[in-house]
Design a protein around this ligand. Structure first.
Ligand SMILES: O=C([O-])[C@@H](O)[C@@H](O)[C@H](O)[C@@H](O)C(=O)[O-]
Ligand SMILES: [Mg+2]
Length: 437
C-alpha cells in the first residue's frame, strides 16, 4: 500500500557535511590513547524555506562517505516524514549486525550514525517550524535541567591540539588542571577535585582499563575517601577484565560504587558477574542495539543500559529504548564520547524526556575547549545543563568556528579514530587486547 504525502510541506534542499577536528588532550583508555584531535562530523540540512537543522556525530571518513551516499536520497524529502526517511535509508544501507559495533570502547557501526545525524537535524527543523524545543517532540520534558557526572581519565601531561604533550603556561583553573598528568590515584583525586569544582558534578566516573586493576581500584577507594559516601562513583574498564577479575575487584568495591560499567566482555560474562555482585552493572558495550535486547533480558546481563543517540539511531529510537527498559525493569542512562555543543544539546533534550532518570549522564564535554555553537560553550550549573531555550535544539551553528575546526581537520591528517596507533607513538609495540587482566 502506498501512502500519499502532503504535496506542500517543507522539503530538504541542501545537505552539508563538514568533518571537523577538535582539540583533545592525551587521554588514556582500554584501546590506547586519544589523538591530539577528536574527530566529529557536523550535518546541516536546509529546507526550501531556508530552515536549518543541525546535528553532530563522531567523525570517521567511512561515515562521511555513507552520508555523501545518502544525500541524493534525502534531498527532496519532507523532514516531518521521519518514518519514510528511515525506510529509505534502511533500503539503501540495510541494517547493521550488533557485532558490527566491534571490540573498541566506542561503536564502529556506520549506518546508525547516518540515521542519527539525519534524524536529529530533521527534529531540529521540525522544532523550528512548529516553534517547540526538541524535548517536546520526544513527549515533553520531565525535568528542566539534566544532571551529568564528572568523567575522569588517566592521562599523560599535555593539552592536545598543536601543543600535543605540551602545556599552555597561561592556563588557569580547570584549563590548567585539564593539562596535568593523571597516572596514579593521587593525580586522579586532584583531577576530580578540579573538575567537580569547575562544573559542580555530584557523581564521578573513572575511565579504567588502562592500568592493572589493583591501581584502578585503589584510585576508586582514594576517590571514596576524598569525596565521602554521598558522591556516587563508577568505574569503566571497557570490558578488559576477565570474569574472575571482575568478581574479585567488584566484591572489593561493593558498597563503594553506584555501578560498575562493562567490567568484562559479552552478555554471558556480564550476566555471570552480575549474579555474583550486589553492585549494579551498566553497559555501553554488550547491549548496544535493539537486536541485543532479547539475549540481555534472557541472560540478565546488566541493570543499566547506557544509551547513546549517536549509536541507537537517533533521539526517537532512544525514547523507544526507555520503554524497553521500563518494561523489563532496567534503568537507562547515557554514554558519551568526545563531543561539542550540538551533541550536548541533543543529549540534554533526550535526558530531559527520559522517565525515572536515576543516574547522571556521562559527558566528555569538560575535556574539550573548542565550540561551534553561537555564544560559545554551554554552561553547567551544579553539574547540570538546562534544556536550551528556543525552538529545535536551541543551538545555532557558528560558521566561523566551524570553518576553523574544518581547517584543523584538513591540517591534522586524521580520518578516523585509532587509539592503538596513537599509543604506539608513545609506547612502541603497544597492542590493544580484547581482554587484558
Ligand atoms: O573517550 C574514551 O576514551 C572512551 O573510552 C570512550 O571512547 C568510550 O566509548 C566511553 O566513554 C565508554 O563509556 O565506554
Ligand atoms: Mg563505557
Amino acid at each position: 500500500m502506498s501512502i500519499s504525502l502532503p504535496s506542500q510541506g517543507p522539503r530538504i534542499k541542501e545537505f552539508n557535511i563538514t568533518p571537523i577536528a577538535v582539540v583533545d588532550p592525551p587521554l588514556l583508555n582500554a584501546a590506547g590513547l586519544h589523538a591530539p584531535y577528536a574527530l566529529r562530523t557536523v550535518v546541516e540540512l536546509i529546507t526550501d524555506d531556508n530552515i536549518v537543522g543541525i546535528s553532530e556525530i563522531p567523525g570517521n571518513i567511512d561515515i562521511d562517505k555513507a552520508l555523501e551516499r545518502s544525500k541524493r536520497l534525502i534531498i527532496g524529502q519532507d523532514p516531518f516524514q521521519l518514518n519514510k526517511i528511515k525506510d529509505i535509508l534502511q533500503a539503501e544501507f540495510g541494517t547493521e549486525k550488533p557485532a558490527d559495533r566491534g571490540f573498541t570502547p566506542w561503536d564502529q557501526r556506520t549506518v546508525v550514525h547516518v540515521f542519527s545525524s539525519i534524524e536529529v537535524a530533521c527534529l531540529d527543523i521540525i522544532g523550528k517550524i512548529i516553534n517547540r524545543p526538541v524535548v517536546d517532540l520526544l513527549g515533553g520534558r520531565r525535568r528542566d535541567a539534566v544532571p551529568f557526572s564528572a568523567y575522569l581519565f588517566y592521562k599523560y601531561e599535555g593539552a592536545g591540539g598543536e601543543l600535543e604533550f605540551g602545556t599552555d603556561p597561561n592556563a588557569t583553573g580547570w584549563a590548567a588542571a585539564r593539562q596535568a598528568s593523571a597516572l596514579n590515584p593521587e593525580e586522579i583525586v586532584t583531577q576530580a577535585h578540579a573538575m567537580c569544582k569547575e562544573f559542580g558534578f555530584k557523581s564521578i566516573k573513572l575511565k579504567g582499563g588502562v592500568f592493572d586493576p589493583r591501581q584502578e581500584v585503589d584510585a576508586i577507594l582514594a576517590l571514596h575517601n576524598a569525596f565521602g559516601p554521598d558522591v556516587p562513583l563508577r568505574l569503566d574498564p571497557n570490558a578488559l577484565w576477565t570474569v574472575e577479575t571482575s568478581i574479585q575487584y567488584g566484591k572489593e568495591m561493593e558498597g563503594v560504587l553506584e555501578y560498575l560499567e562493562d567490567p568484562c566482555r559479552g552478555q554471558q560474562n556480564m550476566a555471570t558477574v552480575r549474579k555474583a555482585l550486589k553492585t549494579p552493572l551498566a553497559t555501553n558495550m554488550c547491549t548496544t542495539s535493539f537486536g541485543d535486547i532479547p539475549k540481555a533480558i534472557e541472560l540478565g546481563s546488566e541493570d543499566i543500559i547506557l544509551s547513546d543517540h549517536h549509536f541507537w539511531g537517533g533521539l526517537q529510537e532512544s525514547m523507544k529504548l526507555t520503554s524497553v527498559c521500563e518494561t523489563f525493569g532496567r534503568d537507562l542512562s547515557m554514554h558519551s564520547n568526545s563531543h561539542l555543543g550540538i551533541s550536548l544539546a541533543a543529549m540534554v533534550h533526550l535526558g530531559a524526556a527520559i522517565p525515572n532518570l536515576r543516574y547522571a549522564l556521562d559527558t566528555h564535554y569538560p575535556w574539550q575547549s573548542d565550540e561551534i555553537v553561537v555564544g560559545g560553550r554551554l554552561k553547567f550549573e551544579e553539574g547540570a545543563v538546562a534544556v536550551p531555550e528556543g525552538p529545535g535544539l536551541g543551538v545555532e551553528l557558528d560558521k566561523v568556528a566551524l570553518a576553523k575546526l574544518h581547517e584543523n581537520y584538513l591540517k591534522c591528517g586524521l580520518t578516523k579514530r585509532d587509539d592503538e596507533i596513537e599509543m604506539q607513538k608513545v609506547v612502541p609495540g603497544w597492542k590493544f587486547m580484547a581482554t587484558r587482566w
